[in-house]
Design a protein. Structure first.
Length: 605
């Protein structure tokens, strides 16, 4: 059954219809040809496009749904605005649509918080076919909802069709059996044939039941992925705000001249830990949306040194670390995932050496892989690689076990000591990085893992932050807006340290009043995205009506998929993703005041 990708947009704002068409609609011929070429050249999956129809009011949308049913081309889902004066609101529109099309998947879109989710549920009472989408929405979030809900609708229809076919098959087979049984009375041979036919019928029924269970499992998986995506998005915003406060206050503490060298090292460790926590949030979001992790040029030497520094205090004192890390050119990688790989391998090595003193070796070197070596390693091709070696002199691994160590859930540890997922995850990460992993082990001698990462050679930004080298201001006046008081304190202190005058506001309404009172006072506004009453985007639109050329920077704890184009269309000069470092904030502000320093509308965090 081909997926039904017909979507209805019900909204009184034509700009919203245009946005949905840009995000979900089919591209023009040139873009489609470019997508196809990219898929052929790089093996990238082609984008999925949807058939979009628009209605400006709820009653118009109802007529379009009725017409689609009459034509035998129903919509699989609808995006419905919550407020559509002067006609029906989103709740009434949804009720009317479900009266004629009960299976229609609906997403109610709203930029306001004046109608709680509980009220919507009480009014509509249909959790299995209703979601809420807060404006301003992310393009990727819209695509994810569209793909999941249209697929869910198609799977449900397929399940209903299969069930109908199954019921008809049971009726037909039952009739055939009854007819055969009646005509077979007294005729032994025909009775045997009828028995065989009945057995075949039962086998067909069993097969149909298995198919139905398979479809239901697929439907359940689609619903679970929807729930995971929404849960991850909700956690990310609050967690990143917490990290932003920790990171900002730690950087401010480092600036205190009374801080001893040892304390400075501890503060550096906190900064690195918060950075990894932020990476973890991004990885959770990437998993919930089935996205690949973000890879960028990194120096493996820095990643390995940091991992060892963090692991050493947690390892038994009987284990000796030996490092031989030779500098290499950069590799294209997600540093947090590589950190996870090294931590996992070292933890396993420590477990293998738990009964006595041991030595854990970690080596790094750049090597050349020739055609002969690549031929004996299926995941490698000739070229320059950074090779990481992790070895121990522990108990070793028997050959029969060695062949299975990368299988999911396979473990030799006692219950409660391991899930059997560690090395499976390691193998998956290396494969996604287009690298290779090999293992050699001998019982009683030890185990050695070799990891290969293809050299990319591009420049990396993985260097230590030097606060003193940050660009400073010349007394420009900045309005800093956030509803979280700890973040206001951190942002104000950082900007003042960098040479700016700072006025703060804890709400969008307060910021709007400040600019209305003194339109020419502020040289720049830095505003959070998600705030009660009015979002940062809505605030920016109002500020730009007062002063069209006012520079504005947008910050957010969760909008990882906002693109430079979306930022530019809403009048922002920059988009900063929390937690925001002092260097990121200082550089972005300096870039606004001195555009030649770098391109505007950049995505940073």
């Amino acid at each position: 059954m081909n997926p039904n990708r017909r979507i209805l947009i019900v909204d009184d704002n034509e700009a919203i219809h245009s946005d949905f068409r840009k995000i979900l609609g089919a591209p023009d011929a040139a873009d489609a040809a470019l997508d196809a070429a990219e898929a052929r050249l790089f093996g990238a999956p082609q984008r999925v496009w949807f058939e979009i129809d628009s209605a400006s009011q709820g009653d118009e949308g109802l007529k379009m749904v009725e017409r689609s049913l009459a034509e035998g081309r129903p919509y699989s889902m609808a995006f419905v605005d919550f407020r559509m004066p002067p006609g029906w609101d989103g709740i009434e529109t949804t009720k009317q649509l479900w009266q004629v099309c009960p299976d229609l998947q609906i997403v109610i879109c709203t930029a306001y918080a004046d109608c709680p989710w509980e009220t919507v549920l009480e009014e509509l009472n249909a959790l299995d076919r209703l979601l809420i989408l807060k404006k301003p929405f992310d393009a990727i979030e819209v695509v994810q909802l569209a793909r999941a809900l249209t697929e869910k609708w198609s799977l449900r229809e397929e399940s209903k069709n299969r069930l109908g076919t199954l019921e008809q098959l049971v009726k037909d087979r039952t009739r055939e059996v009854e007819e055969s049984r009646t005509s077979a009375l007294g005729m032994r041979d025909e009775a045997i044939q009828n028995r065989e036919k009945s057995e075949r019928t039962l086998e067909e029924l069993r097969h149909e039941m298995l198919e139905r269970k398979k479809v239901e499992a697929q439907l359940l998986h689609a619903q679970k992925m929807e729930a995971i995506g929404q849960l991850a998005g909700g956690i990310a915003h609050d967690f990143n705000n917490i990290l932003a406060s920790i990171m900002g206050n730690t950087e401010l503490a480092k600036m205190d001249a009374r801080v001893s060298p040892n304390t400075a090292d501890y503060l550096d460790s906190i900064l690195k830990a918060t950075g990894r926590a932020a990476d973890l949030v991004r990885r959770i979001l990437a998993f919930s949306r089935r996205q690949d992790a973000e890879r960028k040029p990194v120096y493996l030497q820095l990643v390995l040194e940091e991992a060892v520094k963090l692991m050493r205090p947690t390892m038994p004192a009987t284990i000796e670390f030996k490092l031989n890390l030779k500098p290499t050119r950069t590799v294209l990688a997600d540093s947090s995932q590589i950190h996870q790989v090294i931590m996992n391998l070292c933890t396993n090595a420590a477990h293998a050496m738990r009964n006595g003193a041991g030595v854990l070796n970690i080596e790094l070197a750049e090597i050349e892989v020739d055609a002969v070596f690549a031929q004996s390693h299926a995941d490698l091709r000739p070229g320059s690689y950074a090779r990481v070696v992790v070895s121990d002199n522990g108990c070793g691994i028997e050959k029969a076990i060695l062949e299975r160590i990368f299988e999911p859930f396979f473990t030799t540890k006692a219950p409660g000591e391991g899930s059997g997922l560690g090395l499976s995850v390691v193998h998956g990460i290396i494969k996604r990085h287009e690298g290779a992993i090999t293992v050699q082990s001998q019982p009683g001698v030890g185990t050695t893992f070799h990891l290969y990462f293809l050299i990319c050679g591009a420049e990396s930004n993985d260097t230590l932050s030097d606060v003193d080298s940050l660009p400073c201001g010349r007394g420009q006046n900045i309005l800093f807006v956030d509803d979280e008081q700890p973040l206001i304190t951190v942002g104000k202190t950082i900007l003042q340290h960098l040479g700016y005058q700072v006025t703060t506001a804890s709400s969008s309404a307060g910021a709007l009043a400040a600019v209305r009172d003194q339109p020419e006072k502020f040289d720049l506004v830095v505003t959070d995205l998600t705030m009660p009453g009015m979002t940062g985007i809505e605030l920016a639109q109002l500020l730009l009506t007062i002063r069209p050329q006012l520079p504005i920077i947008l910050t957010t704890g969760y909008s990882a998929d906002l693109t430079s184009e979306v930022v530019r269309q809403n009048g922002f000069r920059e988009l900063l993703l929390k937690p925001i470092t002092m260097r990121t904030l200082g550089t972005a502000v300096h870039r606004v005041f001195a555009p030649s320093i770098g391109s505007p509308n950049s995505l940073a965090g």
